[in-house]
Write a protein that binds this ligand. Sequence first.
Ligand SMILES: Cc1cc2nc3c(=O)[nH]c(=O)nc-3n(C[C@H](O)[C@H](O)[C@H](O)COP(=O)(O)OP(=O)(O)OC[C@H]3O[C@@H](n4cnc5c(N)ncnc54)[C@H](O)[C@@H]3O)c2cc1C
Length: 296
Amino acid sequence: MIAQQRIDDLLATKGQLLSVEFFPPKSEEAIDSLVSSSLELKALEPDFVSVTYGAGGSTRDRSSRVSAQMRDDLGFNVMPHLTCVGASKDELGEIIDGFYAEGYRNIMALRGDPPKDQTEFVVAEGGFAFATDLVSFISERYPDICIGVAGYPEKHPEASSMEKDLEHLKVKVDAGASFITTQLFFDNQRFYDFVEKAQKQGVSLPIFPGLMPVLATKQIKRIVSMCGSSLPDALDRELEKAGEDAEAVKEIGTNWALNQLEDLAKNGVPGVHLYALNRSDAAKTLMSAFRSKQSC
Ligand SMILES: Cc1cc2nc3c(=O)[nH]c(=O)nc-3n(C[C@H](O)[C@H](O)[C@H](O)COP(=O)(O)OP(=O)(O)OC[C@H]3O[C@@H](n4cnc5c(N)ncnc54)[C@H](O)[C@@H]3O)c2cc1C
């Protein structure tokens, strides 16, 4: 088993980090094909990869298989995600014990979104209402686990205001987090404003910007409407102009993300987190660009 490194230790020793997020595919065959296609990312040395956790723990087994294969077959430093959805404190404790026993030393701690058949987040019996509770729980149980939490440059959709969301973020950070990864955004100014406001709120942790290359217009519109991010008019217009031309859309989306990445790297972000939607080709393009900026 590859020894897993804490992300805060990597930040201290390596400078700007690069990470890629994967979500567990629906079938065993698709998991194998994701893992083998991700092999080509190895040469670009992601500092860590993260593996999402499905609503209601629906992907729990597949998440853990993807994490194990990314770690053992590809040698990646892996951060499993964990949510509070549908699980009691005891059940979460068992999952965390399992992560620890398997050698993981980083966890992305989230409240989670409601499962598909529900419109609102419901606290599980004996479970947690907010990610903050999960952060405290993990940090008390395993002080040597490095905990990441989510931040929202355009506000979490359920928060009544940006100010309230930032107040909640500060409490979550103080519960024992070591870094923040943001929700995806397409306008870097939103990210810079968020970092400034978070710092004014007393949040001094590293904040990784989350970037998603647009790969298909309908898909990205669905994603932004769910997560509360916005598409800048200029990007929207370009995508509309490309219409059904899938290759043109991909090119527009990749170039947009490349411009964002270049600007973020220049402005000294602690690293970049790529939501590459399990597409190693898109991840590869963005990772190569980031690595070449670092070597300049
Ligand atoms: C980097 C990243 C990774 C993600 N990975 C996953 C994943 O793997 N699986 C998944 O299902 N989802 C994932 N999500 C989505 C995430 O679960 C949702 O955005 C969810 O709705 C909120 O999770 P959270 O951890 O930010 O919640 P919280 O930090 O708990 O915040 C949720 C809402 O509650 C409010 N709040 C917080 N504390 C309080 C309080 N004390 N009183 C009142 N209100 C409060 C906040 O302002 C916010 O509006 C991810 C999101 C990001 C940005």
